[in-house]
Write a protein that binds this ligand. Structure first.
Ligand code: AHR
Length: 321
């Protein structure tokens, strides 16, 4: 495994072979690029922070940005990428909503000679691979995020409890991987059980609604694991509506590190959140420059994430978004 530093981020991954060796499209070394950024949606603080980071990078890095919002539709996102190909952008930056449906669009861009960089979410690695079909994946280790949330819950509860899990968008890499990382930890605990696991689509209101329904079937649940902070905040509202005290009757843990989550931890309603950084602009800019210079790019540009609980949430409020 090779480790290198790119900007403030630690990159840890096997090096991809050079672009030419793998048949990836090349990128000319120029002062400015026409960059397509295909976002999945803008319906929560995490997405809004990611979009802002990319728009700020467009200004700082002198990109001519072609920006699209797929409004929570994988098929619209496929169309958005096709439109970018038709507009002959120099490079496409894609946050694929789901793991499988975006693969044909990634392949089409490669055939059109346009390099693709995936940020935030990945595609199904058994079908398309970084360094072969697209340049790289820039993002967090979602399995590890789930593992860290699980290990915190085990430690905090002494390895006892019944858990309701609120999953993210079905078919997305963070939902698949955060579930795997967490469930693997819980399976090893004889005193813990996941009694229900259902998608709340990474949305606060859907998280609240799903929690309300699952609480009727499992009124004695002692913990909630939400795949993102928005669903955790929704779950807290459902718990309170049911007359429960989140943080006392029910332990809540999730992922993201939003300002609302940090406030909920400081108020004692949420136990902990694993950070998932949405600030992809600077590292994407650096990666594009490096790729254009012909430097080897790791298959996975790994983003390292912090962890927040009652010991540091208040003091870390400036990290929130
Ligand atoms: O892909 C990252 C996830 O997507 C974030 O955890 C979530 O809040 C967002 O919608």
């Amino acid at each position: 495994m090779h480790i290198l530093k790119l900007g403030a981020l630690t990159l840890a991954a096997s090096f991809a072979m050079s672009a030419a060796a793998q048949g990836l499209p090349k990128l000319a070394d120029k002062p400015t690029y026409k960059v397509g950024f295909a976002q999945t949606e803008n319906n929560n603080p995490w997405r809004i922070a990611e979009t802002k980071s990319m728009k700020d990078a467009a200004t700082a890095c002198h990109w001519n940005l072609v920006y699209t919002d797929a409004a929570s539709s994988a098929s619209k996102q496929v169309d958005d990428v096709q439109s970018m190909i038709a507009q002959k952008v120099d490079v496409i930056v894609l946050a694929p909503r789901e793991e499988k449906p975006l693969i044909p669009a990634v392949m089409k861009a490669k055939r059109a000679g346009i390099p693709v960089i995936l940020i935030d979410r990945n595609v199904d690695q058994s079908v398309a691979a970084a360094g072969r079909d697209y340049v790289t994946f820039i993002g967090s280790d979602f399995v590890d995020q789930g593992r860290r949330a699980g290990e915190w819950l085990v430690k905090t509860t002494g390895g006892k409890g019944t858990i309701i899990e609120l999953e993210g968008t079905t078919g997305s890499s963070p939902a698949n991987d955060r579930k795997k990382g967490f469930d693997d930890v819980i399976k090893r605990q004889t005193g813990m059980k996941i009694v229900a696991s259902q998608s709340g689509d990474f949305s606060r209101d859907k998280g609240r609604q799903v929690m309300q329904t699952l609480l009727q079937a499992h009124p004695d649940a002692t913990a909630v694991y939400a795949h993102n902070d928005e669903m955790a905040i929704g779950a807290i509202a459902a718990l309170e509506a049911a007359g429960k005290k989140p943080g006392k009757d029910v332990t809540v843990v999730s992922i993201d590190g939003t300002r609302d989550a940090l406030n909920a931890i400081a108020a004692g309603k949420m136990g902990a959140t694993v950070q998932s950084s949405p600030f992809f602009g600077p590292v994407t800019c650096e990666t594009i420059k490096s790729y254009a210079k012909g430097e080897k790019i790791p298959a996975w540009v790994k983003v390292s994430d912090k962890f927040y609980d009652k010991s540091n949430a208040q003091a870390s409020m400036a990290d929130g978004y």
